[in-house]
Design a binder for this molecule. Sequence first.
Ligand code: ZN
Length: 235
Amino acid sequence: MLPTDTALVLFSGGQDSTTCLAWALANYARVETIGFDYGQRHAVELTVRPALLEQLRAQSADWNGRLGEDHMIDLSLISRISQTAMTHDIAIETQANGLPNTFVPGRNLLFMTVAATVAYRRGLTVLVGGMCETDFSGYPDCRDDTMKALQVALNLGMDTRIKLETPLMWRDKRQTWELARQLGGAALVDLIRSDTHTCYLGERGELHDWGYGCGTCPACALRARGYRQFVGAET
Ligand code: ZN
């Protein structure tokens, strides 16, 4: 990557995308962010975004100088055209095809395509997403091959040379916490622990050692386990 490159980060307000944003701020000359309101049950993650952006600006003058515009996009059509536990009040369970019903078909494909459209308009050359094949819930649109194929399709379809970067693709949750510590030290780890949101159910009542959340949904379970491995409390 070149320090002159400019990036658009898919920033939801969760642990992964906040770590990705810090990674982009360390690597690119100008960084903008994009968030999607798609009727998610955990819409609280959208309300934590502005505070996170302010805190990241406060942690580093360098980051503050690189961090540009934030784009919030209404993609509520997703909840109108699909029926999943991510967007509707139904119990989280495994479907007949082996995928959890929190999987929103086409979501990441749509997110990246919309992000590419915004990047085209803004003259940004890199898209950064927190997709991860190591510690995912089996979502096929988080796969490295999906992202590589999408990069080819987007560039063919728009006659561009946009790069899709996924710095977490081969990291598990413990390694994602370690990356945050490398990028921003204890201050960034603390910010991610207490100010990001991961819980599928939108629970923010109690601050656990690993952050806020119900503690039992799949997203909370992954986050809690990774944090405990990171601090050495669990192997
Ligand atoms: Zn939860």
